[in-house]
Ligand binder design. Structure first.
Ligand SMILES: [Zn+2]
Ligand SMILES: [Zn+2]
Length: 144
């Protein structure tokens, strides 16, 4: 897992390479996704950024995360509740998903990350992208 500083540096470099202006809004949106650590949805990102930039619109947040995804700065995946969630951790990693509250946490499972995907007829460039491991999170386990 990269630190905030490494992540911001990578972010700024990628923006420069792609000729994307590093604006206050973009920086805040990126930081919000990174700091949240729980893979926020666009609505959640908007709620965080809105506290710092009250004039930002949900639409702008949508467009910003879209741009980030195209630049490979964030990854998008669909949570079990059907909403898209965003992740600034773009290294191969797996997700622990709580079956009760829907919480999503990163885990690094070396053995799995190194697993070779079996070849499938006609397909190429197969990589293990992400695996969902379901269970009960700590908070839900304690409530049980
Ligand atoms: Zn839970
Ligand atoms: Zn993740």
């Amino acid at each position: 897992m990269q630190t905030m500083k490494e992540n911001m540096l990578q972010f700024e470099n990628a923006c420069r390479e792609q000729g994307l202006k590093i604006t206050h809004q973009r920086v805040e949106v990126f930081k919000a996704i990174h700091k949240a650590k729980d893979h926020p949805s666009v609505e959640e990102i908007y709620a965080i950024v809105n506290r710092r930039i009250p004039s930002i619109s949900l639409d702008t947040v949508y467009r910003t995360v879209d741009t980030f995804e195209k630049l490979g700065l964030v990854s998008r995946f669909q949570a079990p509740d059907g909403r898209f969630r965003f992740d600034t951790n773009i290294d191969i990693h797996q997700h622990l998903v709580c079956t009760k509250c829907g919480r999503i946490e990163d885990i690094h499972w070396d053995g799995l990350d190194r697993l070779k995907v079996p070849s499938v007829g006609g397909w190429s460039d197969l990589v293990l992208a992400s695996v969902e491991i379901k269970g009960l999170c700590e908070a839900c386990r304690k409530k049980n």
